[in-house]
Design a binder for this molecule. Structure first.
Ligand SMILES: *Cc1c(COP(=O)(O)O)cnc(C)c1O
Length: 464
């Protein structure tokens, strides 16, 4: 492809993007497609001869847009958002066209240095102390795995990587039962084992934070039988209902027990740019050693963009750094972020933060988060007034509810809502009961979009 042709199609792709987003409200949030339908539209074998861009483009229009779940739809209330603010998309387009690989400072000087500065901008935005640093990873799962590996190496006197884990005793990691499945998987992959991830009860409403007395008791019981406590994973904004731990209390346990403390704030971290939310949910956060927060969720940096803040990066680098001859670089004053993470190759993820944070400013982003929290409360009240049972009250912008009937009726309600297409929600489990889970967070949703959800839910429930 010559670069003039590239420029013409690039302009067409940008125009498609604008049109796609302007017409999103007219599309069902989740497409009405059967499994296998999309694959059946593709040729079974690759072409022997090249095809023209015009043909490829027409096939793209025919096959793709109507068979996507539209994550940027303003009435997406499922899971958590994966917001892509327009300036962050532009940055991703620029990264795509330059296509750097950012494993070392010398392979990407400006990307590395911008990453360092963006981590500092975000550190200030969420009110963490000076002196912390961090790294941008692809996902919270990767950041949590990095933290669990650091816990493992610390607890084995930095011998696990070298010797393996046999004879090292049962390394134990503690979290609340509200913690995300990425923590289970990190413990599998790190060789800790599911049975050594100790899931503690929560202390109930309103925060559903970990029961700190149970945490202390579990650590003491483990030490008594010769197990090796290695770390604690706390949460701010759990996926099920938004549970959040009291970080002052959990931090005190970590300090007294000498345990590494990682915080999973993958979704909730974005809200910490609002000082009033931070003051309510994050006292004691300085006790953490590692914090993961995904700007690609609520904040608006296009997927993927997961920031891991580190109080002292040395421990993670001691866990993950490996330096064969071909990766050696001269000059010790530079940072090579691939030494901080598991993958070697790295994308240039800082540019979208630079664009987005400058375009909206922290005030523009705070206004969105405050609106989402307020509107979530408004929908919750509208549903309560309509006779729905609110199972868990809003935490940030997430709550759960039930309509009439048993668990099967709740799933039927979710399925009917999603088949209707005007809004998209997902189900969850809370205290052994099926619930409908509702979160507000789409970057450019309006109050009308959000309040329409209450009408749709009521209408569909009544029709059932
Ligand atoms: C989304 C989420 C994760 C997983 O995030 P990935 O970036 O997709 O790995 C982990 N923990 C919480 C609380 C989350 O909301």
């Amino acid at each position: 492809m010559d670069w003039d042709e590239f420029a013409r199609w690039g302009a067409q792709a940008a125009a498609f993007g604008a049109d796609y987003h302007k017409t999103l409200r007219d599309r069902p949030v989740r497409p009405d497609v059967r499994p296998g339908e999309a694959a059946a539209l593709l040729e079974a074998a690759p072409p022997e001869a090249g095809e023209g861009m015009e043909t490829i483009w027409q096939d793209f229009l025919r096959v793709v847009p109507e068979r996507l779940t539209h994550w940027q739809h303003p009435r997406f209330f499922a899971y958590f958002p994966a917001n892509a603010a327009p300036p962050s998309m532009l940055a991703e387009m620029l990264v795509t066209v330059m296509a750097p690989q950012c494993m070392l400072w010398q392979t990407s000087p400006v990307a590395t240095e911008m990453e360092g500065v963006m981590v500092q901008w975000l550190r200030q935005a969420v009110g963490l102390p000076e002196g912390w640093s961090g790294v941008i990873q692809d996902s919270a799962s990767s950041a949590t795995l990095s933290a669990v590996l650091t816990m493992r190496e610390r607890a084995t006197g930095w011998s696990g990587n070298r010797e393996g884990l046999s004879g090292k005793g049962a390394l134990r990691i503690y979290c609340s039962g509200q913690a995300h499945s990425s923590i289970d998987r990190a413990c599998w992959v790190a060789g800790i084992g599911q049975e050594n991830l100790v899931k503690l009860p929560d202390a109930g409403a309103p925060a559903y934070g970990v029961d700190v007395a149970a945490l202390r008791a579990a650590i003491a019981a483990d030490r008594a039988v010769g197990h090796v406590p290695a770390g604690i994973i706390a949460i701010t904004g759990g996926t099920g209902i938004g549970a959040w731990d009291d970080l002052s209390a959990v931090g005190a346990v970590a300090r007294e027990e000498g345990l590494y403390l990682h915080l999973d704030a993958a979704w909730g971290g974005a809200a910490m740019i609002c000082p009033e939310i931070r003051d309510a949910m994050w006292p004691g956060v300085e006790a953490c050693d590692s914090i993961v927060f995904n700007p690609h969720k609520w904040l608006g940096a296009q997927f993927d963009c997961s920031v891991q803040f580190l109080k002292d990066p040395r421990q993670q680098i001691d866990t993950l750094k490996i330096e064969p001859e071909y990766l050696k670089t001269s000059g010790s004053e530079v940072v090579n972020y691939s030494e901080w993470t598991i993958p070697l190759g790295r994308r240039f993820r800082a540019l979208k933060l630079w664009f987005m944070l400058r375009y909206y400013g922290l005030e523009g982003l705070r206004a969105r988060i405050r609106n989402h929290v307020a509107w979530s409360g408004d929908v919750c009240e509208a549903l309560r007034d309509a006779g729905f049972e609110i199972v868990t009250e809003p935490i940030l912008s997430l709550f759960t509810f039930r309509g009439p009937g048993d668990d099967a009726a709740q799933q039927a309600l979710v399925d009917a809502i999603n088949a209707d297409g005007r809004i998209y929600v997902t189900q969850g489990m809370f205290a052994g009961r099926k619930v409908v889970r509702f979160q507000v967070g789409q970057f450019d949703c309006t109050r009308d979009d959000v309040m329409m959800a209450a009408d749709v839910i009521r209408e569909i429930s009544e029709a059932m």
